[in-house]
Design a protein around this ligand. Structure first.
Ligand code: RB5
Length: 142
């Protein structure tokens, strides 16, 4: 799978480790930055990732910031993106099974790296349930 990934300064360590993990599992990873610990603005990295998901340049995306909220709010301005914030394994499962999130958003300052990688693994292996959940997703666009 081709996976795009981005973070702000709060997420660079988790991003670097997740890239190694994903490449080790045979995925192709496109890194949309940042790669600096200097304070930066999450939309500068969320928008390029979202555009890549919308265009099909990548199959899925992972976005990381301190709380996850800045990334999620920005990503969800894009029509073709369903970005879901997760903080434990059950939520990472449900954000795919029920919401068909094509971008997983992680709150680096509020979960351990071990939890982050566990959530990524769960989200990647879980299938969307469809049915009533598809009906609900179809009602999201305004
Ligand atoms: C950066 O300090 C922090 O505001 C950012 O990572 C994120 O939590 C915003 O939603």
């Amino acid at each position: 799978m081709k996976i795009g990934i981005c973070s702000d300064h709060a997420g660079i360590e988790y991003k670097a480790k997740l890239i190694s993990y994903l490449v080790g599992k045979g995925h192709e990873v496109v890194n949309f930055g940042t790669d600096s610990s200097d304070s930066c603005d999450y939309p500068d990295f969320a928008h390029p990732l979202a555009s890549a998901v919308e265009s099909g340049e990548v199959d899925k995306g992972i976005a990381i910031c301190g709380t996850g909220n800045g990334m999620a709010i920005t990503l969800n301005h894009h029509r073709g993106v369903r970005a879901g914030l997760a903080w434990n394994t059950a939520v990472a499962h449900l954000v795919k099974e029920h919401n068909n999130a094509n971008v997983l958003v992680l709150p680096a300052r509020f979960v351990s790296y071990r939890m982050a990688v566990t959530m990524v693994r769960e989200w990647l292996v879980t299938d969307f349930a469809g049915g009533r959940h598809q009906r609900r997703i179809d009602k999201i666009p305004v």
